[in-house]
Design a protein around this ligand. Structure first.
Ligand code: ACM
Length: 600
C-alpha cells in the first residue's frame, strides 16, 4: 500500500487519481487515505457540516521550520461525491481505498468545529503548526462516541473497504489526566490508567465497526494499554509493534519509519527541497524485508503487507508528492511482491533504467538518482578534476561553468573535467522527456596555501572558554558577547567538564594552533549537536551553526607546513551533546584531530 496525508496539505481529485494510477502501475493494491488531521478535516460529513465549514480551513500555515505562520487561509475538502468517484476509480484498478479517521489524537480540526468533543469545551482553532497537539477527543463523554459513530457510519457508506483506519497514534494523555469525565470513565470501567483508557476508546470504536462488518486497523500505539480484540496494526515506530501484534495473532502492515517514510530525505539535504528530516535513499527502501526474523514460521503469516507513507507537512504540491513518492514506491513494490531471495539491488537499479523512461513518458516528477563522485565545495592549489558519476547508465548530464542553470543546450558531460582556475559548475541530469533533474552546484576555488602564523609554541592542548547559556539560542551569533563562566586548557575537542559539572545549556570556545605536516589541501569536518563553526587562520572553514541533531559539515583550505591558528565555537541547548572534529589530507583517510597536533 501507499499512504497519503491530505490533512497537512490538500491535493486535487485529479491528482489523487494520478496517485492511484501510480499505485496500480506498481501493483500496490491499498490506498491509505489519511483524511483527518489537526490542520484540516478533509471529508464531507453530512450530519456534521461544521467539520468542513470550519474544520477544513486553517488561518495560516507554519513557514518552513520556523515558528512563524503565514496569514494565508488554507484548506479544502473532498465532497462525498468526490470520495465515491475516487473509490470507484480505484476499484476499477483493483485498489482498495482505506480511509483513515484519526482518533483520539490529531483531532484538533474536529474540536475546532465542535468544541464539545474536547475534555474542556474551550474554543479551538484548526492547527497552523506541525507536531502533536494536547487537545484530543474526550474519552469520558458519550457524545464523543455518538459523534464518531455517526461519522463512521457515513464513512462506511462511502468506503466499501473491509478495513477502516482509526489512527491511534500520538495521542498525549495530558488532558485526560485532568478531565473529570475521563477520570470517571477510568474508575467506572476499572481501568488502570490513561493508556487503558485509550484501549477502551479504540475497543469501543472497534465494537461498533465490527457490528457493521468492518475491521479496524490502527498505528502501533493501539497496542499500549492492551490491543482491541480484533484490531490489526500498522507498525510505524520501528518493527517492535508489528512483532508484538503478530505474536498476539493479529494482522500487521509493516511501515517502519526507518524504511517506509517517504517524507524523509532521499540524499543529504544540500540541494534537496526541505523535508521533515531522516535519510531514506532508494537502495534502503529496496533493502527492506518486511517479515521480521524474530517471528517463527507460524507467526509470519500475520505480516499481511508493507506500506509507504507520504506525510505532507513539507509537501505542498502534487509535483512534490511525486518527487518524494517516486522512485521509492518502485522499490517498495518489489519489497512487497518479490521473494527475498530474488531481490538484488544491482539488478533492480539496472531495470530501473527502463522504468525511468516509463515514468518520463507519464511526466512523473520523480527524483533522479543522485549524481555522485564530487564534493560541493572544493579548494585546490594548482589544478583539480571534477568527476560526475551518473546514478544510472545512459543518462545525459549537462553542465555550465558560467553560473547559469544548465538547459538543453548546455554542454554534455562525457569525461572528468580538468580545472585550473576558480570555477563554479552547475549540472543536472536530463530525463528522457527533456525535463531537468535536481541541479547540483560544485565550486572549485584556487587558493595560495596559507603561510604558517607562528614558529613555535610551547604548550600542548588548547585554551577553552566555557559559557553558560541562560536561554535556548539558535545560532552562535547569540553567544558572541557573553563572559566566560570558566577558562582553562584542554587536550583537544572534548567537553571541559563531566556532565554533572556542565550547565544544562552551554557554549565552548576552543582556541590555539594546529600543526600542519606538509603543504596540501586539507578537508576539515565537524559533527556536532548543536551548532559549531571552525576557523583556521581566522577563515570560516566549516559552518555547522544552528540548532540541530548530530550533523556533519565540511570545508577545505590550502595550508603550508607549520603552525596555523585554530578556533572552534560550539553550543549545546538540547538533545544529546556531540562534538567531533576531523581533518583529511588530499588522498588520505580522515582522522579525528587529537592533542598530538594541537598547541596553545
Ligand atoms: C505517524 O507517523 N504518526 C503514524
Amino acid at each position: 500500500g501507499m499512504h497519503l496525508d491530505v490533512g497537512r496539505h490538500m491535493f486535487p481529485v485529479s491528482f489523487i487519481k494520478k496517485y492511484i494510477d501510480y499505485l496500480a502501475m506498481h501493483k500496490l493494491n491499498a490506498f491509505h487515505w489519511h483524511l483527518t488531521e489537526d490542520q484540516g478535516w478533509r471529508i464531507e460529513i453530512k450530519k456534521y457540516p461544521r467539520l468542513t465549514e470550519i474544520g477544513a480551513w486553517r488561518k495560516g500555515t507554519q513557514i518552513g521550520k520556523t515558528a512563524e505562520i503565514d496569514s494565508v487561509r488554507y484548506g479544502g475538502f473532498y465532497t462525498q461525491d468526490e470520495a465515491r468517484e475516487i473509490v470507484d476509480y480505484a476499484a476499477k484498478r483493483f485498489i482498495t481505498v482505506v480511509p483513515e479517521i484519526e482518533m483520539p489524537g490529531h483531532s484538533l480540526a474536529a474540536l475546532a468545529s465542535y468544541p464539545f468533543l474536547a475534555c474542556a469545551s474551550d474554543s479551538f482553532e484548526v492547527g497552523t503548526k506541525w507536531g502533536v497537539y494536547e487537545n484530543i477527543y474526550c474519552a469520558g463523554n458519550d457524545s464523543v462516541f455518538t459523534f464518531l459513530e455517526d461519522v463512521l457510519t457515513e464513512v462506511m457508506d462511502l468506503f466499501p473497504s473491509k478495513y477502516i483506519h482509526i489512527g491511534g497514534d500520538e495521542a498525549p494523555k495530558t488532558k485526560w489526566k485532568e478531565c473529570p469525565k475521563c477520570q470517571a470513565r477510568i474508575k467506572n470501567e476499572n481501568l488502570k490508567d490513561e493508556s487503558e483508557l485509550q484501549s477502551y476508546f479504540i475497543a469501543r470504536i472497534e465494537k461498533f465497526l465490527n457490528e457493521h462488518g468492518r475491521q479496524i486497523i490502527g498505528w502501533d500505539e493501539i497496542l499500549e494499554g492492551g490491543l482491541a480484540p480484533n484490531a490489526d496494526v500498522m507498525s510505524w515506530r520501528g518493527i517492535t509493534g508489528g512483532i508484538e501484534a503478530a505474536k498476539l495473532k493479529h494482522n500487521v502492515v509493516m511501515t517502519p519509519g526507518s524504511h517506509c517514510y517517504f517524507d524523509h530525505y532521499q540524499s543529504a539535504p544540500e540541494g534537496e527541497p526541505l523535508a521533515i528530516g531522516g535519510f531514506l535513499p532508494l537502495e534502503k527502501v529496496y533493502s527492506y524485508e518486511p517479515i521480521p526474523e524474530e517471528l517463527n514460521k507460524d507467526e509470519r503469516k500475520y505480516i499481511i503487507g508493507v506500506q509507504g507513507n507520504v506525510w505532507t507537512e513539507y509537501i505542498a504540491t502534487p509535483e512534490q508528492v511525486e518527487y518524494m513518492a517516486l522512485p521509492r514506491m518502485c522499490a517498495l513494490a518489489e519489497v512487497a511482491w518479490s521473494p527475498v531471495e530474488k531481490r538484488d539491488t544491482k539488478n533492480f537499479l539496472e531495470r530501473m533504467n527502463k522504468h525511468y523512461e516509463r515514468l518520463d513518458a507519464m511526466n512523473v516528477n520523480y527524483r533522479c538518482p543522485s549524481l555522485t563522485g564530487f564534493e560541493y565545495e572544493n579548494v585546490f592549489i594548482d589544478d583539480a578534476v571534477l568527476e560526475i558519476i551518473p546514478g544510472q547508465k545512459n543518462r545525459v548530464v549537462r553542465y555550465t561553468s558560467d553560473g547559469s542553470e544548465p538547459n538543453s543546450q548546455s554542454k554534455i558531460y562525457t569525461e572528468p573535467i580538468k580545472i585550473t582556475e576558480t570555477t563554479t559548475f552547475k549540472f543536472c541530469e536530463f530525463k528522457s522527456n527533456g525535463k531537468r533533474g535536481k541541479i547540483y552546484t560544485a565550486s572549485y576555488e584556487k587558493q595560495m596555501p596559507l603561510e604558517p602564523v607562528a614558529d613555535e609554541v610551547e604548550s600542548k592542548g588548547l585554551n577553552f572558554e566555557l559559557f553558560k547559556l541562560k536561554e535556548i539560542i539558535s545560532s552562535l551569533t547569540e553567544m558572541k558577547n557573553l563572559k566566560p563562566l570558566k577558562t582553562g586548557v584542554i587536550e583537544d575537542f572534548v567537553f571541559p567538564y563531566s556532565d554533572e559539572n556542565l550547565p544544562q545549556r552551554f557554549g565552548v570556545k576552543y582556541s590555539g594552533y594546529i600543526e600542519i605536516p606538509e603543504e596540501d589541501v586539507y578537508t576539515f569536518s565537524v559533527v556536532s549537536d548543536d551548532g559549531t563553526q571552525l576557523f583556521i587562520d581566522k577563515r570560516l572553514v566549516v559552518d555547522n551553526d544552528g540548532q540541530h541533531g548530530p550533523v556533519e559539515k565540511s570545508g577545505q583550505l590550502a595550508l603550508k607546513k607549520g603552525l596555523h591558528e585554530i578556533e572552534l565555537l560550539y553550543f549545546q541547548v538540547g538533545g544529546p551533546k556531540t562534538l567531533q572534529v576531523f581533518m583529511k589530507q588530499d588522498g588520505e583517510e580522515k582522522e579525528e584531530i587529537s592533542g598530538k597536533i594541537l598547541w596553545h
